[in-house]
Design a protein around this ligand. Sequence first.
Ligand code: MN
Length: 200
Amino acid sequence: MFSLPALPFDYNALEPFIDEETMKIHHDLHHGGYVNKLNAALKNYPEFQDQSIEKLLSNIDNLPDEIKTVVRNNGGGHFNHSMFWNVLSNEPSTPSQQLLDSINNNFESLEGFKKQFSDVAINRFGSGWAWLVKTDNVTLQVLSTPNQDNPLMDKTGTPILALDVWEHAYYLKYRNKRADYVNAFWNIVNWQKVSELFAN
Ligand code: MN
């Protein structure tokens, strides 16, 4: 069985960039809902209940047809949000030298990376996510996915930074101005955590 992880910070910690009410609804109701629906889907499949969420999603194409879509959507929702909370922080941080070197190699500069990541986040049509992914050959790649899909599902690589661009992530405060939300995101990235994920 999967459970909703506690937020690693207070609901209001990310103010003014992400507001307290959005965080409460987003974590407790949206993320909580994905966890509940994932567990409900696996009720009759004990063989999958104790797998890690990463293993379950990496194997999504081989799941029984009856649960494939619901696990894709809600298991994806669980993994994506768990990762999202962990790469946010109200404490200032900077990328490790190792990560910065790789960003410079792949995107020419940190600003070049931020621009590319912001562009895919802003231009994702409808609901989805923007990702920074470490591929198997230790190159970095920026991409976006629809719905609750993620880079584990098609084995693109290991996600090390995630941004939720569903309207539920920003609409209370930013209304239709997704670009303002994406720009604000750079103030609350937990670069220490991203650097750890990169190093692993
Ligand atoms: Mn969300």
